[in-house]
Design a binder for this molecule. Structure first.
Ligand code: ATP
Length: 220
């Protein structure tokens, strides 16, 4: 067994267009379930796998900072904003690995919906050379994985969450989290229709939405 040094560094990637409680609550549950001291939320600048975000990376990041300001253990990691070109997770993990050294566990968390599409990610098979993958699962997201992804996954499934501390990278762990029926798409739709999206996002984001009139929210 490879020896490890230090507490795991954990990241949660996403577009956060805008951030909402469906991002924050699973992140907090992960923090507790895996006994982590911190989770870094990493907004992607130009996500390669999906439609381009409605708001600029700078605005999404400002909202994210406002959303986590009062939440112990959640921090914003802006490294993908500082790079040119698409936000490839592989590069993010490689950068972080170089920063934290070869022995510290590094974990990259994503929802099962994102994991199902992993094979379309840039050099996806190499992600686990740098980090463990944590796949958050919630009720209703049990669509089958492709046979190829399933074959790749099977030998890598961690026996328990503690195993993520025993090696620096290489395993996949499925972590159940609460299912909140909230999506950024739904929030953008509500705001575009002039309807309320209160209660779906932390209160701290509203002054910023109003100040800049983001997502069609009436500007003050
Ligand atoms: P969109 O509606 O624009 O596709 P989204 O709300 O799904 O966005 P993303 O920024 O794409 O948000 O998601 C980042 C990560 O958070 C993904 O891995 C996704 O699976 C997870 N996630 C998003 N919404 C929820 C939710 N309601 N409950 C649990 N996890 C979620």
């Amino acid at each position: 067994m490879t020896s490890t040094r230090g507490a795991p560094v954990a990241l949660l990637g996403g577009t956060f267009d805008p951030v909402h409680y469906g991002h924050l609550r699973p992140a907090i549950e992960l923090l507790e379930a895996l006994n982590l001291s911190e989770i870094r939320l990493v907004p992607g600048r130009i996500p390669p796998h999906r439609a381009q975000p409605r708001q600029s990376a700078v605005n999404r990041c400002r909202l994210l900072h406002a959303a986590v300001a009062d939440v112990p253990g959640l921090v914003v990691d802006e490294r993908e904003l500082q790079r040119e070109g698409p936000s490839y997770t592989l590069e993010t993990l490689r950068d972080l690995r170089a920063e934290i050294g070869p022995q510290r566990p590094l974990c990259f968390a994503m929802g099962r919906d994102a994991f199902r599409g992993l094979e379309s990610w840039h050099r996806w098979g190499e992600l686990v050379d740098y980090a463990h993958l944590i796949v958050t699962t919630r009720g209703g997201d049990d669509a089958p994985l492709s046979a190829n992804l399933q074959d790749w996954l099977t030998p890598r499934i961690a026996p328990d969450a503690a195993a993520l501390r025993h090696t620096p990278a290489g395993a996949v762990w499925f972590q159940p989290v609460s299912a909140l029926a909230i999506s950024a798409t739904g929030i953008r739709r509500l705001l575009a229709q002039g309807r309320s999206a209160r209660g779906l996002m932390p209160e701290g984001v509203w002054p910023m939405l109003a100040e800049a009139g983001l997502y069609g929210y009436p500007q003050v």
